[in-house]
Design a protein. Sequence first.
Length: 666
Amino acid sequence: MDLKEARSRAQELREKINYHNYRYYVLDEPEISDEEYDRLMRELLEIEREYPELISPDSPTQRVGAPPDRAFQPVRHRARMMSLDNVFDERELMAFIRRVESQVGEVDYICELKIDGAGIALTYEDGVFVRGATRGDGVTGEDVTANLRTVRSLPLRLLGKETIPYLEIRGEVYMPKRSFLELNREREKDGQPPFANPRNAAAGSLRQLDPRITASRNLDLICYEIGYVEGKAFRAHEEVLGAISDWGFHVSEHWRRAGSAQEIMDFCEEWVAKRDELAYEVDGAVIKVNDLGVRERLGSTSKAPRWAVAYKFPAEEKTTRLLDIEINVGRTGALTPTAVLEPVFVGGSTVSRATLHNQDEIRRKGIKIGDMVLVHKAGDVIPEVIKPIVEIRDGSERDFVMPDKCPACGGKVYQPEGEVVARCINVDCPARLFESILHFASRGAMDIEGLGPATITELMDKGYVRSVEDIYFLNEDQLYTLTGFKDKSVANLLRAIENSKGRPLSRLLFALGIRHVGSHVAEVLARRFRSMDNLASASLEDLESIQEVGPTIARSVKAFFEEPRNLQLLRRLKEAGVNMMEEVEEGPGTLEGLTFVLTGGLDSMTREEARRAIEERGGRVSSSVSSKTSYVVAGSDPGSKYDKARELGVNIIGEKEFLELLEGGG
């Protein structure tokens, strides 16, 4: 076969394979056997192997196989990906309809299911898929093209004879319920934490640096909107949905045209009742004005269109039995009662445990061991016991009593006056040590990859680790005795431990688990005192004088450095070579005495980078607007802080003016 024949045959094979991908992955109506499909793919691979110059971006052979990327590049959306305002009941939905129809008269609406996944924008040039990006802040997302190529229902070339010069399609990448359950089973088998819900799993899978991992996650895609198009015009949203489907995208079949509030509510109530029948998770319905000309007249606010709204379904609730209440001991000694539940599938995953917070909360809800209880996921993430079903009690239920001895070590339990949390005060408690090491090694702290729960437990059981600092004195011989540890895993863990020694002081302070010292306060302390020795010798007055600290945190920090056991811990960490200094770039000090509030997204930096830039120059960042605020920095899609600043007459500046201030030009 010469080059000309190969080019013609490769094009024919690409068209055939893309067509059959559409039949199989989008329509779920395959026309050929798996064997025949594999034969076509093998033939195309052989041609492209012999003539690599024939490989094109829309070739189905290019879905998987790109090398892992080291970072995701920013992508600016051609048209902003706006968020939607939420409504939670019929009254709020009626208010939305009244607002629309008071401006434009009676209109038709399109009701669609709100897929619980990750929003994406897909760009096609001359019909070929060239780029895919996450929503990000609505203006700028991240380039995840290589990962999106692995989603089989995504067409690499648009179907149809018509050539569209430029097209941006909006959609939702999701993980089907069955795939989610299988993934979590695999993760638990491998000792990894399960994903809380399919949305998190889909978003996490899209952001894998290695597309081969994304490919293994069985993601799917539903498209619902055109963000931007050249060479085409539409009059109504139902025409848009038809075009998207004709181009080869998967469009949900569960949309409906509605001409009244009652028809909209009927749609919402129908799917609240039927949501379990779907192969994917939904968290609401999206109600959109159908007429695109009317949409133009209605316009948008700074963050959401006035022509659409999301009707949020109530969190799914299930009934199950509370079998027992166990006590978990945290790193600070806090005793937290945890409900042990008869396993129940709710909110996208199987739930068998839920925190009950403290004894006061159990009393307030009137929960007893043995109760049938109502369970949901707070924020669609955290399992929560809502209430007991008291009407069906049979007398076998019993009250919960907080133990007066620690269940892990038998030590004394103390509940300070005015606090709702009881604590184990034994510093040698094994449960406290386990949680302390887990926190110390976590990603936001010292980030010791490979030091997970199972490894920590075995290190403690074998007596290799009796305190946090023992991590840095582990040796090869000890690690080789751990279950499943071979040459590579031993070398990797030792390397991770060694690398962690160079973390900045702020990370170490957070890792130490000083009560009330989170990651932000740890950064503030590290920047102010520059070294562990300086912080250890700081007076209570020095600590209290820091804006973000205050009396409670100051007392906690002071108490930590007065405890001999903690001083011994720090001495041994220093002996092991752990960094005790904070390198702080000296800023020009141009923002001394100024208070900033950040709202909306910035193109040139993240919110965290902006905060650091301000603080390095002597300024302060506040989370709320007041009359004492010097500047509100308004990026794209600003929130309510922008409105508050206007109300109070506070200076509002854009990104350009903010950058000039940072450079000393203000």
